[in-house]
Ligand binder design. Structure first.
Ligand code: GRF
Length: 192
């Protein structure tokens, strides 16, 4: 079986990154080969090192996207997973990696692209909320949806409680979608 080399991009705690790394064992076609952050002290970098995954920090500057492209090519990366990566990538970069890059977003897309998704879902009185994994295209949080996981909003939910409950769903959804994607399956996966 040809292995696919997977890079994971993070800006923060890296809990999704950990779940992705841990999922890529056995008959999984993917293997984690690199974790990259645009934040020097992102806690996720230490967590990747504990998992023995090479890490790389790229400072946020105008040359960021070309440095990122170089790092990914040097590591012969096949698939890029954005996992709590907060920097917006240029259309040129996204074009170069079209069909090879995924993102996890904490809402049931197409609802609530961008930030503050949990508060927006509560403010709207939504009875359901959740997360989505989508292919990355130049328009923010707008690429084809590959997987969604849903929960029922409780009367006493707060943005904080929703964030924590949704993140538990993310930790199951993202590895499941990546495993299918690495086998060429881009059909929608729905979990609840
Ligand atoms: C996740 O909730 C993800 O949906 C959002 O940022 C968070 C990252 O968390 N984009 P972590 O770094 O994976 O712990």
């Amino acid at each position: 079986m040809t292995r696919l080399r997977v890079a994971i991009l993070i800006s923060g705690s890296g809990s999704n990154m950990v779940k992705l790394v841990q999922s890529m064992t056995g008959d999984h076609r993917g293997r984690a080969v690199l974790v990259i952050s645009d934040v020097a002290n992102a806690p996720g970098l230490g967590r990747a090192e504990e998992l023995s995954i090479p890490t790389h920090f790229i400072e946020g500057c105008e040359k960021f996207d070309s440095a990122l492209d170089t790092a990914l090519n040097e590591a012969r990366v096949d698939i890029v997973c954005l996992a709590g990566f907060m920097r917006i990538l240029s259309p040129e970069f996204v074009m170069n990696w079209a069909g090879k890059m995924l993102n996890i977003h904490p809402s049931l897309l197409p609802k609530y692209r961008g930030l503050h998704t949990h508060k927006r879902a509560l403010d709207a009185g939504d009875s359901q909320h959740g997360c989505s994994v989508h292919a990355v295209t130049a328009a923010l949080d707008s690429g084809p949806i590959l997987g969604q996981s849903t929960l029922d909003v409780a009367p006493d939910d707060t943005p904080h409680s929703l964030a924590s409950r949704v993140q538990k769903l993310e930790h199951v959804l993202y590895p499941a979608v990546l495993k299918r994607f690495s086998c060429g399956d881009t059909s929608l996966l729905t979990l609840s």
